[in-house]
Structure formats: structure tokens, C-alpha cells
Design a protein around this ligand. Structure first.
Ligand code: SAM
Length: 243
């Protein structure tokens, strides 16, 4: 059995998916409030930037992978209009349920699909845009997931990967203190779960840095890959085009 990382722990590959599911089953109901608290609302700015770079047009087809509580799917649906299509997906049912309810409350009805990014149940060359926000980090075979994202894109289609990344060196110390001291306490207080937020901090440190992810996207078949650091590299938006 091959091994991989779950935060700083080394675990069997099958164990990782189970543990990740446990994290998101546990945090789903408090996910949105925790996102706002942890990032002081910054995740909204990062997502708004992602929607701008997506540059979707009326009639486009978009796939949001690891879509969770639906922030991007909701924003995309406003751009593609009635003639377009947005598919909201995630491997975790609890997260998708929260997302689907939020979308319905906003008057938006979208196909919501439980699926693993590593085995997407969509045809080749179907979508104009594929996005994954803060999801890639949790995947066991990131190379396979990126290859799948590339497969379902039309030629000329765009992949957007929004993810935590490597922060600029002058901020490292303060960011480490915040991540390892404050975040788990906040998680305990608000979501009753310190461990999931400790995993969050650890998984960010284990995630490939900006240039490594760029190379991974190129290896998956994407062209013109570039990235934009957000908030001094706390997050980064990677963009690639399918040839
Ligand atoms: C931090 S949440 C991000 C949710 C949303 N995209 C956002 O930005 O708010 C990460 C999501 O990745 C999902 N995820 C983890 N592994 C996955 C996989 N292999 N395939 C699809 N989704 C996955 C989790 O279930 C979780 O909902």
C-alpha cells in the first residue's frame, strides 16, 4: 500500500481519503462562519478575484470541483445565465448539502454531484471552465486530479486552482504563530473541533509551493500556466489553458 501525507502524518493512501472525509463531515455546518472568521473575510476577496479571472460569459459551461458550500458555483451561475450551465461537485455529501441549501436559498438550482476529482464522471472536452478552490490540497493523487480536470476541459478552456500557498518569508513567523496557535483554538471554540483546524494548518505546509504547482499543471497537460499571489502568498490563483 502506498503512503501519503495527512497533514504532518504519514498514512496509507486509503486512510487519507477517510480522514479528509472525517474533517469535512465534522466542520460542514460551521464551515462558512469559520472561513469568514479565520480569514477575516479575505477568502471572499480571493474568490471574487477568481470569478473575475474566470471571465465566464453567458452560455458557458463551468465545473466547480470540491465546491463545498457553493461560493464559486453561486457566483459562476450569475455569469453564465440561463443558457449556460454550472455543475457543483464535491466528494463530501455533508459539504454539498450545505452548499445546495445555500444555492436554493439564493434561488439558484444547479446540478449537484457527489464525485471524486480523481475520477470525474463527465465526458472529455465538455467544460469551458473548471475551478477548484481550497480543494486540491486535500486530494490524495493531485496529479491524477489535475489530469482529470484537464480532460473534461474543452480545447481553449481554462483551469483555475485557488489554494493556500507559500507565504512571503517576512510573514512566515507570524503566519506560523497564527496557524498553529490561534487557528486550532478558534476551531475548538466555534466548531468544537481543534483537530480539523490543526490539519488545515499542516496540510497548507505540505502543499506544493507556487512554482511546484505550476509545473504539476504543465505536466497534467495545461498550457500558459501562470499564478497570482494573493495576500503575500497566503493563497495563490493558478491559471492554465487546455491546448
Ligand atoms: C476547504 S473545502 C473548500 C470548499 C469550497 N471550494 C470553498 O472554497 O469554500 C475543501 C473541499 O474539498 C473537498 N474534497 C476533498 N477531497 C476531494 C476529492 N478527492 N474530490 C472532490 N472533492 C474533494 C472536501 O470534501 C471539501 O468540501
Amino acid at each position: 500500500m502506498s503512503q501519503t501525507h495527512f497533514g504532518f502524518e504519514t498514512v496509507d493512501e486509503t486512510e487519507k481519503a477517510r480522514r479528509v472525509r472525517g474533517v469535512f463531515d465534522s466542520v460542514a455546518s460551521k464551515y462558512d462562519v469559520m472561513n469568514d472568521l479565520m480569514s477575516a473575510g479575505l477568502h471572499r476577496v480571493w474568490k471574487a478575484y477568481t470569478v473575475t479571472v474566470a471571465n465566464l460569459r453567458e452560455g458557458d459551461r463551468a465545473l466547480d470541483i470540491a465546491g463545498g458550500t457553493g461560493d464559486l458555483a453561486l457566483a459562476f451561475s450569475k455569469k453564465v445565465g440561463k443558457t449556460g450551465q454550472v455543475v457543483h461537485t464535491d466528494i463530501n455529501e455533508a459539504m454539498l448539502r450545505v452548499g445546495r441549501d445555500r444555492l436554493l436559498d439564493a434561488g439558484v438550482v444547479l446540478p449537484t454531484v457527489v464525485c471524486d476529482a480523481e475520477k470525474l464522471p463527465f465526458p472529455d472536452a465538455y467544460f469551458d471552465l473548471v475551478s477548484v478552490a481550497f480543494g486540491l490540497r486535500n486530494m490524495t493523487h493531485k496529479d491524477q486530479a489535475l489530469a482529470e480536470m484537464c480532460r473534461v476541459l474543452k480545447p481553449g478552456g481554462k483551469l483555475l486552482v485557488l489554494e493556500f500557498s507559500k507565504v512571503a518569508p517576512p510573514l512566515e513567523k507570524a503566519y506560523d504563530w497564527y496557524s498553529f496557535k490561534v487557528l486550532p483554538q478558534l476551531g475548538k471554540l466555534v466548531a468544537g473541533d481543534a483537530d480539523s483546524y490543526r490539519y488545515l494548518a499542516e496540510s497548507i505546509r505540505m502543499h506544493p509551493d507556487q512554482d511546484t504547482l505550476k509545473t504539476m499543471m504543465q505536466d497534467a497537460g495545461l498550457d500558459r500556466v501562470e499564478y497570482f499571489n494573493l495576500t503575500a502568498g497566503v493563497a495563490a490563483l493558478h491559471v492554465g489553458i487546455k491546448l
